[in-house]
Write a protein that binds this ligand. Structure first.
Ligand SMILES: [Fe+2]
Length: 294
């Protein structure tokens, strides 16, 4: 039987009594989903799973998101099968990517606070990240509770932002790091999408700030005004008391709700492997009306 213990003052539960290599009972799936609604991040230790088992586990909570358009890695460079997001630092042959590798440059963007797939019109629900090989130095993942961030805003700021809509694109997050030289084809799949700045959780009905490094504009605002406000909100949302630091052990699996949290990876030793594999559970609705096609 599954039980969940809160391990951070604000959010995050640690799950015991689950074996993710095996099919779960309906009761266990319901308990995990309820835990996600409440804690927003769940930590499972000692889950030595295969890619197929990880995808089967994810499918308890919705369809697996099509990972196309989320990275510049070309199909022939992929290390993992369809349905698995490779967030390792490894090339197709399992070797750490070269310093000058474009793939590596692009992946450095994961060190910015973000919500997975906020650059998609229908953004992700959950992400499930499995640690197959832990890097010897650093590489912690940090999580911020965006419900707590919203709750702590003053009334005037809540009134200002409640109906705002942002534009999200991989172009904005990578552009903010000085990543240049995107091809026309890459620009085409990075076309900005619109997302509400404030979301309401479908079950708990709690409001949360929907921020991400992919957000680069606010509809109807000048870009510098928008960037100022977004930067300010990001600073507010990632204050230490609302942040959980996950220090990875091999075979940990961490599952988070992208609708209620942001996350980022911290620096690690890039000459050594860090084999992390993500499965993404697709969301089921847009958060804002999209712009008319030009
Ligand atoms: Fe991510």
């Amino acid at each position: 039987m599954i039980s969940i213990r809160q391990i951070h003052p604000v959010f995050v539960g640690e799950v015991s009594g689950a074996d993710l290599t095996q099919p779960l009972s309906r009761e266990d799936v319901a308990a995990i989903e309820a835990g996600m609604d409440r804690y927003a991040v769940l930590v499972f230790h000692d889950q030595k799973i295969t890619d197929d088992q990880q995808m089967d586990f994810g499918q308890n909570f919705g369809a697996i998101e099509n990972s196309k358009g989320g990275n510049i890695t070309k199909d022939h460079e992929l290390r993992l099968k369809q349905g698995m997001n490779d967030v390792s630092n490894l090339d197709k042959d399992g070797q750490p990517l070269e310093r000058a590798s474009r793939q590596r440059w692009f992946n450095l963007g994961n060190m910015l606070w973000h919500s997975d797939s906020s650059f998609r019109a229908i953004p992700a629900k959950y992400s499930l990240l499995s640690a197959r090989v832990v890097n010897p130095v650093g590489g912690n993942t940090e999580y911020a509770d965006m419900r707590a961030a919203y709750d702590a805003l003053d009334a005037a700021t809540k009134a200002l932002i409640d109906d705002l809509v942002c534009e999200h694109s991989l172009m904005y997050s990578r552009g903010s790091m000085g990543f240049e030289g995107l091809t026309d084809e890459e620009r085409a799949f990075m076309k900005p999408v619109r997302q509400s700045l404030v979301r309401t959780h479908p079950v708990s009905k709690r409001k949360s700030l929907y921020l991400s490094s992919h957000a680069g504009k606010i509809v109807g605002w000048m870009v510098p005004e928008a960037r100022d406000l977004l930067r300010d909100l990001n600073e507010h949302a990632t204050q230490r008391e609302n942040v959980y630091i996950h220090r990875w052990r091999q075979h940990d699996l961490v599952m988070w709700d992208n609708r209620q949290t942001m996350h980022r990876v911290r620096r690690f030793d890039e000459t050594q492997p860090r084999d992390m594999r993500r499965t993404t559970v697709a969301g089921d609705a847009m958060t804002a009306k999209q712009a008319e096609a030009a």
